[in-house]
Design a protein around this ligand. Structure first.
Ligand code: FRU
Length: 477
């Protein structure tokens, strides 16, 4: 159904974008990025036949994100080295004409089953919130993960329960006992977020089960990209609310990512909350993460290292260079004392080279510099004051029970984000040409952020009365 011209013109458009991209220093060395154009949410993450498949929201022709979403596709044997594959899904049917939106994958009987949202925008005078938008839930089947054999609507937009706006999307499917379940993110007619639960035995007939959980007025108007999984006998709901009211420390980005711990009553289909929901990442660039279990039994998360609608506060200058956004490095999730902890995937140790090891108070620390590296600090004495400058003008600060990330000009509008932190035990920093991922206290708190320093901005300066060890590795491309 899609305009034939689109496919005819795309190679030429991509060729031009690639010429700009080739010269761009800010192109990341070891993160997943769009080959050209725009990337957002990770989709359909799955480990199938010993291959990791990472799909993602993709508009190859438009770095600014205008245009329709496809599913881009990358594969890997080790989650470190990736191959760019052909576009997997495109808006080509009457039920997904204006965008193949986010969704998930699950293996069953040697096949891959994909569930995604087909976005259709009707012509006419509409606000596309309460009228004019059709968001169908679609099932696609593939025997190999590269091509689609079959594709059809399983929940048409007309069949969602009453009381909701046109925004119901992002199916995540999983198995529990003899049943399959599907969660969808939703916006009610009163502009409150909710998660809907559907149930099936065969992937074909889906019965609406319940509202798993719904938000209060201050908890956002729309909840996107739900993910539901178990860790240490707890049910964990991870989702991306839009419109959360900022508190002193949290929810200062345009949109946020939170998780809610609880216990699900599968008979009635509700989540009994344990505690409040918590922000998963504290940097400027983290949204719409998705998790999956790999063949080693690990719960692995990729996030979109970006957020929509950050302008005018902050922006990404790579648009002018033919591309925008990336995925975070993969992280293994663990639950430690009711907190979701993110641990950089151990496979990334294979990128390490030119190891340096020193004491924090030695002269050698003053000789450290780098652009693309992993740096770990373990304190022997817990510091009251820690201050680090890195890259061009970025600072990491711990004092008076706060941990702060600050950017200067290289943040392109990103200024400061902070959290309350009682004590600082250790820090692990992963720096790529234009990104930073900072893991604090064994991944209990994480700051993910983009930054756009001038080439060869490589300072590393650590201050404070500090006792501990530093390890440093350059990271291979
Ligand atoms: C989250 C999101 C999803 C939607 C997709 C469209 O970033 O808005 O809710 O499916 O992006 O690209």
């Amino acid at each position: 159904m899609r305009d034939k011209n689109y496919w005819n013109e795309l190679p030429e458009i991509q060729k031009k974008l690639k010429e700009k991209i080739k010269k761009d220093y800010w192109r990341l060395d070891w993160h997943l990025m769009p080959e050209t154009g725009w990337l957002n949410d990770p989709n359909g993450l799955v480990h199938f036949d010993d291959v990791y498949h990472i799909y993602h929201q993709y508009t190859p022709e438009a770095p600014s994100g205008e245009g329709k979403r496809h599913w881009g596709h990358k594969t890997s044997k080790d989650l470190v080295n990736f191959k760019e594959e052909e576009i997997f899904l495109s808006p080509e049917t009457s039920f997904d004409l204006d965008g193949v939106f986010s969704g998930s994958a699950i293996e069953k009987d040697d096949k891959l089953h994909f569930f995604y949202t087909g976005n259709v925008e009707q012509e006419g005078d509409h606000d596309y919130n309460f009228s004019g938008r059709e968001q169908n839930t679609i099932h696609a089947i593939s025997t190999d993960g590269y091509t689609i054999d079959e594709q059809h609507v399983i929940i048409p937009y007309t069949d969602y329960p009453a009381g909701y706006s046109d925004h119901i999307r992002d199916p995540k499917v999983f198995q529990k006992g003899d049943h399959y379940y599907l969660v969808l993110g939703a916006r009610s007619r009163e502009n409150k977020g909710a998660i809907l639960l559907y149930k099936s035995t065969d992937f074909e007939k889906w019965e609406y089960h319940s509202v798993l959980i719904k938000g209060r007025f201050d908890e956002g108007y729309m909840w996107e990209c739900p993910d539901l999984f178990e860790l240490e006998d707890n049910d964990i709901l991870l989702f991306s609310p839009q419109g959360l009211l900022p508190t002193n420390y949290y929810y200062h980005n345009p949109y946020s990512v939170v998780y809610q711990l609880g216990k699900i009553d599968w008979e009635i289909g509700t989540l009994e909350k344990i505690g409040k929901f918590k922000q998963l990442d504290h940097g400027f660039d983290f949204y719409a993460p998705q998790t999956f279990i790999d063949k080693k039994g690990r719960r692995i998360l990729f996030g979109w290292m970006g957020i929509g609608d950050t302008e005018p506060e902050y922006s990404n200058p790579t648009i002018a260079r033919g591309w925008q956004h990336a995925l975070t490095m993969p992280r293994e999730l663990k639950l430690v004392e009711e907190k979701l902890v993110q641990i950089p995937l151990k496979e990334y140790q294979s990128l390490r080279q030119n190891h340096k090891k020193m004491l924090l108070n030695s002269q050698d620390v003053k000789k450290l510099y780098g652009e693309i590296y992993e740096l770990s600090i373990i304190f022997d004495e817990l510091p009251d004051n820690f201050h680090m400058r890195l890259r061009e003008d970025t600072e990491l600060i711990f004092k008076a029970n706060e941990f702060i990330l600050k950017h200067g000009e290289s943040g392109y509008g990103r200024r400061a984000r902070k959290i309350e932190l009682e004590q600082l035990y250790n820090i692990r920093i992963f720096s790529d040409t234009s990104s930073l991922e900072v893991f604090i206290n064994d991944g209990e708190d994480v700051f993910t952020t983009r930054l756009y320093p001038k080439k060869e901005s490589n300072q590393i300066k650590i201050d404070g009365d500090l006792n501990g060890k530093v390890e440093f590795w350059e990271l291979k491309k």
